[in-house]
Design a protein around this ligand. Sequence first.
Ligand code: HSE
Length: 764
Amino acid sequence: MKFLSTRDSLLRISAREAIVKGISDDGGLFVPEYFPTFDISENLNLTYTEMAHKVLSLYLTDFDSDELLYLIEKSYQTFEDEIVKVACQKDYYLELYHGRTSAFKDFALCLLPNLLAYAKKSLGIKDKTLILTATSGDTGKAALEGFYNTEAIDILVLYPTEGVSDIQKTQMDSTASLNSKVIAIDGNFDDAQTAVKKIFNDEAIKKELKKKNTYLSSANSINIGRLLPQIVYYFYSYANLVNNKKISVGDKLSFCVPTGNFGDILAGFYAKQMGLPVDKLIIASNDNNVLTDFFTTGTYDANRELIKTISPSMDILVSSNLERLIYHKSSAEVVRAKMRDLKEKGTFTFACDFSEFLSGYATKEDTEQTIKKVYQDEGYLIDPHTSVAKAVVDKLGLSKVAILSTASPYKFASSVLKALGENPVADEFENIKTLYEKTRVKIPREIGKLKGKKIIHKTKIKKDEIADEVLKFAGRGKRISVPATSANLGPGFDALGVAVGLYNTCEFKLTNDDEGFRQNLKENLIYQAYKKTFDTYKETPKPISFDLDADIPISRGLGSSAACIVMGIMAAFLVMGRDIDKKEILKIATAIEGHPDNVAPAIFGGTIVSILEDEEVFLEKMGISDKFKFLALIPDFKLSTKEAREVLPEFYPKADAVFNISRVAMLVLALQSGDENNLKIALQDKIHQPYRYKLIPEIEKIEQIIKESDVLASYLSGAGSTIMLVLKADDDISEKAIREKLEILSNSYQLKALAIDKKGAFII
Ligand code: HSE
């Protein structure tokens, strides 16, 4: 299978090349040279990933088949519930929002990064890829998650300031990956998309990027790697309806798709071309009904004001994927002429038989009324985009249509609440709560965790500043991320440690500022660790500057000094051109820190047992049962490790030593088995906690609060002052109860749920 450009059918490239390039140099989009057939009647009982493998293998013929299956399985593991849930109401709703970011975009964007990384590797492409993506709300976050800290791929997302929902904004702006940047631009989605397309065709920028060994690619549906995975759910949901006896195999089924950029519905067109018994493909638009007009009059006219609607992901006037359909219905020559007209006049005409399509649009009132009607009549909750589709189905007088439900209602809580007759408030998280209380529809995991997340991206620019931002982003230095750690875990003094999801990150660059470097060396642990590493290898340190973003609080027993040490050493390895050998890094880090229990998990991630003997570190990584979760009780006061070590006795009674030996052995096993009772008894300690707890003001009151809650056990994290609570993973109540009780204490405490970090330190 080769892929051609919609603007040059003589250009023939492989799937891997098409995915790597994203968009053709002539401005065209890649399309398959023919449509392979896929007989659904012979494939009714496949799992989603098996079907994805079969369908995609027909297009990705230059991918190794086993490798492709592995990539597909790995990608779809990120889904929370069923991959596609078909809700059989009066119509059939294909719930496509159970992926990581609660929108149908997850179908392609969990997979595309893996396809791209494979394609680059197998084609021997070493250059850095810069994914440049414009978003009307959903693509951005799905792409940011898909490309989260992906090696050698950076991602820049642009969204229109006023064109996305608050939840979509928070989802994007809180993305913490080191390879990403999110920018809000003045203007609407079309402005963002046009600017992105312009940059793709800007030779000067491409040349500048080349100097930085960087090339541009796209995660928008202009990339064929975005479109192909979406074909699968048309086949899969058809099979699901057959298997559930809602239709018989061979029956023709109509699909209604809320569409803006025409990608999702085009995937349905591809499925039909491949042999799926599709009756009509119904194009549903909101008030920006440029597609409805085109399919009814043959004239595409983007010369109109973009209207801000309650289905913002479809607030689009220039529908990119239409170009592909026009190509399939005509030729590259026709496409070139039409796209020239569109660029120059904002309009074009194209007469053609579109009898496989129907189209219609829904106003804001239609959309709101339909949300209310479907909920009242059928007890089924839909988001405004899905509602646009359902309203169009009703307007056209159709029934038993498969409606693509493209996003979770919780992404648009205020609009949905308003449609249901409630009064939404300014705080969207309150609206989510109210919507849940009213409907009891499960809140998607990621949206539930969004509240209180740190906003990382705050850049706002004008649309003519995009090119500068792209170059600035591409010119960034290397970045390092190191997790926080919680050492000792009660009885495992100086031997046990776990990496947790709180990070110090930095960007660093070599500098000519010798004086500044010397000054930093005097007072900053990162620079000192950097120099120490050069000393270890008897090399002269090159002046460097670190731009640190520290989320790990200092002197709170969460390994902030370990993180700084590891960061400095890793930077030194990179500057010296040494391979990132984590064992070597551990050796140097332990020499600086004095004990390995923090630095080891900071470097390797996960839970680690470590022993320092004769300057050599021995370690084992162990798993922790997912029955437990960690909650850090972080006070506003510091406790220095030096002070906390000085209060410890030189010698211990034999009984205390025996006490700890048995506890630590039990702890290692209980953490793995998930046995709550054993964990409770095993987290006790007689070696350091009894002495150190005396340094914590009001410790008795804190212990009382912990005792009164359902916390399984607690321990002093590292040398303190943080106290770590271990809870049952599904205990959502204790956290709230403890938070309320903390108010009686004179010091203020932060209560922070911390996931276990399994990756450890890394460089991007
Ligand atoms: N094991 C160390 C201690 C951790 O408890 O002192 C703090 O660096």
